[in-house]
Write a protein that binds this ligand. Structure first.
Ligand SMILES: Cc1cc2nc3c(=O)[nH]c(=O)nc-3n(C[C@H](O)[C@H](O)[C@H](O)COP(=O)(O)O)c2cc1C
Length: 199
């Protein structure tokens, strides 16, 4: 993929620019070994007090479990993610002894999820994050205990032909850019206004 559209203002490893989130998947299977490789990368992520609060639930395409996980996506996501080779749901443990909070459970699980995404990229695969889930019914279907919070899900696959997508998605099938560093980084003290990115 050309990363010319993604111009860093400071030098970074190319993998951070090359990774992006397409929705068109090739009709190629994702193997269990590949999924486990991604989850192994997640396993070695840092976390507060090394509590490792992330939990993952996955299913490979053409299995009944895949259909179950697919049914937990909102229709918009279900429409394109049904062509993924695997689905991975990320959840986090909110308390570590049944009552004491883990304030960083989501932060830690986000870090682990990005490790998963970068490992997917390393394998020539895509891990497309999804927050568009049926958060109401998913915990029951997934069997999550009360102190395990559903965070997000990932559609895993090999990038496919954008022409396989409906027109409204085809038009969006391109790497996005980012706000400037100055909108998100401050020296010494927060300053500036919080605005929603327009990109
Ligand atoms: C937590 C999270 C939730 C997301 N939810 C969705 C989603 O429900 N549907 C979707 O199509 N993309 C979703 N995305 C993908 C983002 O839109 C995408 O990562 C963002 O636009 C940046 O683009 P890039 O990943 O190609 O760099 C989600 C990403 C993350 C990290």
């Amino acid at each position: 993929m050309s990363t010319s559209f993604r111009n860093p203002t400071h030098p970074i490893d190319p993998q951070f620019l090359e990774r992006w989130s397409p929705r068109a998947f090739a009709d190629a299977p994702v193997t269990e070994d590949q999924v486990l490789s991604m989850l192994e990368a997640a396993r070695w992520s840092p976390s507060a007090s090394n509590l490792q609060p992330w939990r993952f639930i996955y299913a490979l395409r053409d299995t009944p479990e895949f259909e179950t996980l697919l049914s937990l996506l909102v229709p918009f996501n279900e429409g394109w993610a049904k062509n993924a080779g695997a689905l991975i749901f990320a959840a986090s443990v909110t308390t570590f002894d049944g009552e004491r909070d883990i304030p960083t459970h989501s932060f830690d699980t986000g870090a682990a999820s990005f490790a998963l995404a970068l490992q997917a990229h390393k394998l020539g695969l895509v891990a497309h994050g999804m927050g568009g889930l049926h958060y109401d019914k998913a915990p029951l279907v997934l069997g999550l205990p009360d102190n395990v919070k559903l965070e997000a899900a990932f559609a895993i696959g090999r990038k496919g032909d954008p022409d396989s997508l409906p027109d409204f998605l085809k038009a969006r099938e391109t790497p996005s850019t980012r706000q400037p560093l100055s909108a998100m980084v401050f020296k010494g003290r927060f300053s500036g206004e919080v605005t929603n990115p327009t990109i």
